[in-house]
Design a protein. Structure first.
Length: 402
């Protein structure tokens, strides 16, 4: 089976059934009588043995399923929710939320990639009404092959002062023989979480003998001396590092101050140069404006002079013509006067010659007619007053006193 299974069916009270592996049970032969410890144990150093787990199985019924939410939507989880506070020997889990409850537990052999192992399985119901978002996220993660990991919580029996261990409490390989299952905390959704931690509640060690006390004291003293030596070494290293860092910082500060002064001097020089350039540019702008005004005046005067010169050239070109002849090109003359720079004098003169040519021919034709008429009239007069030939007589000669 998977480490965590969640039923798709919702019961009449809105809960969802779940089944999960609480922890592994190790074989009896892993106990080393010589060392009085288990040679196989979980990451927290505990060796669960079947005989003692079977005795505790009934306590799974009623144990709580808890988790510590870290967001408002109550979908992301953290740990057990411990506050570090104890009351009457019991730790306080005020940062945790109870999301379900176990109804039964049993031992079962399951197949894994490493072979067959024996585990304690707990079943129960999770509150799908109050924690709907979280249940939906569990469904999504499980469908993607992501199973929540966690840790089981065990505590002392009411009649005992603490959890009872075979051969007493040991850091690694301790074997709990009298305990109860108090709950299980979901620690995250990643499988095989390395940070999963089994919490032993109300653990109080059994009294140690004199040799154990001496060994513990000697070990503590040795660890203290070693720690003090490490502290002294670390302190010396820190002091040296601080001195080196201080010297380096002072060097950097001095260098930065020198660079700052150099930059400020450069900025001052650049500012002066900029102001000089701006002043010179302002003077050039003013000079440019003055020259531009002069240019516009000169340009206007030049245009007027050119126009007058053109008009004078036109007057000179047509001064030999009579007013009647000039009248032939009056329209061209008016256009010329409106735009003398771009107009052509030849167009005016040609127009005059054109007018003169037409009328000259007419005058020539009239002159010829007049000449013909004149010759005719003269011929008539000559006929009237032409010479008369006659022969003088004797009488006539006598009558001529001259």
């Amino acid at each position: 089976m998977k480490s965590f299974e969640l039923s798709n069916k919702i019961s009449g009270d809105g809960n969802r059934h779940f089944k999960m592996i609480l922890h592994t049970i190790y074989p009896d032969d892993c106990i080393n009588v010589g060392t009085e410890a288990g040679e196989e144990y979980n990451k927290n150093g505990i060796t669960f043995i079947r005989e003692y787990c079977e005795k505790a199985l009934p306590t799974i019924n009623g144990a709580w399923l808890r988790t510590e939410f870290v967001d408002e939507d109550r979908t992301e989880i953290l740990g057990h929710g411990q506050t570090g506070i104890h009351e009457d020997g019991y730790p306080i889990f005020e940062n945790a939320s109870t999301i379900g409850q176990f109804t039964n537990g049993y031992i079962e052999d399951i197949e894994t990639d490493d072979g067959t192992i024996t585990v304690v399985i707990g079943e129960g119901e999770i509150d799908a009404q109050c924690y709907n978002n979280f249940v939906m996220k569990l469904d999504e993660d499980i469908s993607n092959g992501i199973y929540p990991s966690g840790s089981v919580e065990i505590m002392r029996l009411p009649q005992n002062d603490g959890i009872v261990y075979l051969y007493g409490y040991k850091e690694k390989g301790r074997i709990p023989v009298e305990f109860k299952y108090s709950g299980y905390a979901l620690l995250g959704v990643a499988p095989a979480d390395d940070n999963a931690k089994l919490v032993e509640l109300n653990e109080e060690e059994t009294p140690m003998n004199e040799n154990e006390v001496k060994q513990l004291i000697q070990s503590a003293v040795a660890e203290t001396l070693s720690a003090q030596e490490n502290i002294d070494n670390v302190k010396a290293e820190c002091e040296q590092a601080i001195a080196d860092a201080k010297a380096e910082c002072e060097e950097k500060v001095n260098k930065a101050i020198a660079e700052k002064n150099e930059i400020e001097a450069s900025v001052s020089q650049l500012q002066e140069a900029l102001e000089s350039v701006n002043k010179e540019m302002s003077e050039w702008h003013q000079k440019y404006d003055e020259l531009w005004e002069q240019y516009k005046v000169i340009e206007k005067a030049l245009a007027e002079a050119q126009a007058k010169e053109r008009l004078d050239s036109l007057d000179k070109a047509i001064e030999t013509f009579s007013e009647d002849e000039i009248a032939y090109a009056q329209e061209e003359i008016n256009k010329f006067k409106e735009n003398p720079i771009e107009s052509e004098i030849n167009s005016v003169v040609n127009k005059i010659y054109e007018g003169i040519g037409i009328n000259a021919k007419k005058a020539s034709d009239e002159a010829k007619v007049n000449e013909t008429n004149s010759e005719y009239e003269e011929a008539k007069i000559e006929d009237i007053f032409g010479a008369i030939e006659f022969v003088a007589t004797k009488k006539d000669e006598d009558d001529n006193i001259f």
